[in-house]
Design a protein around this ligand. Sequence first.
Ligand SMILES: [Zn+2]
Length: 97
Amino acid sequence: MILLPPAPHLCQECAVDHKPDEPHNAQSLYYQTKFRMEHGREATWSDALAHCNEMVRRHWLAELRKFGIPERLLGDAAPANYATAVTTAPSRKDGAR
Ligand SMILES: [Zn+2]
């Protein structure tokens, strides 16, 4: 399967117009398709938030819960194991994502 890249002005991960430090759109068909091709599983909001700072991640997960998004779609960066995910995440200071 070949996935054509998004237009140059869009995020190359989710094909949505957002700033580099903002979350990818986990509901984007492009993001879900690309993620599944690369990782062999469905992307979660935790995946879409992985490149964001801790404050942004916590805020987004809390707001998504308020909207009743199921835990399976939020992923494994829930507060209980959040510290581990933060300390083991690779540095993204190069702005690659
Ligand atoms: Zn994106």
